[in-house]
Design a protein around this ligand. Structure first.
Ligand code: HEC
Length: 168
């Protein structure tokens, strides 16, 4: 098909207009702050929205957000640790592991004979939810498991890493 000069100019204008809109949309995405970007671009890992969060402009905000978010996760974890309704038999983590005692998060990942495999701390927390608490396991990476892990690890802060070290 042969397009006459007027038609070609019209086509060029449409292409330029289209590219302008694409540029606006892309710029809008990259100018979002880390927090907004996470909400606008949710992904399983949450990493997508963090691409621009390491720039100098965001560093102070990011440090505050990291502290606040971690403290919130630990607080939720502590609440769940003492929660007797987490499972089905009225037990809580704290009955057998007062203040996260005898959980040895510094030794994970390691082989656990109950599961016959090398497992992560979250996987073994699920084992304790299902067997001693007679409850329902959480998805790995769920906010509940991550919170329990955050509380357990922060209670054991300072322990030297001993990955793979067998249970006492
Ligand atoms: C009825 C007692 C009981 C309750 C309640 C209980 N656990 Fe356990 N926990 C155990 C036993 C038994 C083991 C296994 C010890 C082993 O494998 O050597 C264990 C092991 C663990 C370990 C691994 C320790 C290691 O060094 O391998 C973690 C982590 C853990 N529990 C977390 C939890 C969490 C989180 C909860 C609450 C959701 C919980 N436990 C509730 C009895 C309990």
């Amino acid at each position: 098909m042969d397009i006459n000069p007027a038609g070609r100019i019209m086509m060029n204008k449409i292409i330029v207009l289209f590219l302008f809109f694409v540029a606006v949309i892309v710029a809008d995405g990259t100018l979002l702050s880390g927090e907004e970007a996470v909400q606008h671009h949710p992904s399983a890992s949450g990493l997508e929205g963090r691409k621009d969060a390491q720039g100098p402009v965001h560093r102070a905000d990011l440090a505050r957000k990291e502290k606040r978010s971690f403290a919130a996760a630990v607080a939720l974890g502590e609440k769940l640790w003492f929660d007797r309704t987490l499972g089905a038999n009225g037990m809580s983590c704290n009955i057998c592991h007062p203040d996260a005692a005898a959980t040895h998060p510094e030794t994970f990942p390691k082989f656990k004979s109950q599961m016959g495999a090398v497992v992560s701390a979250q996987q073994f927390i699920n084992w304790c939810i299902v067997i001693p608490l007679q409850g329902k396991e959480f998805h790995l990476g769920s906010s509940e498991l991550t919170a329990l892990e955050a509380y357990m690890v922060s209670q054991n802060r300072g322990e030297a890493l001993e990955p793979g070290y067998p249970s006492p």
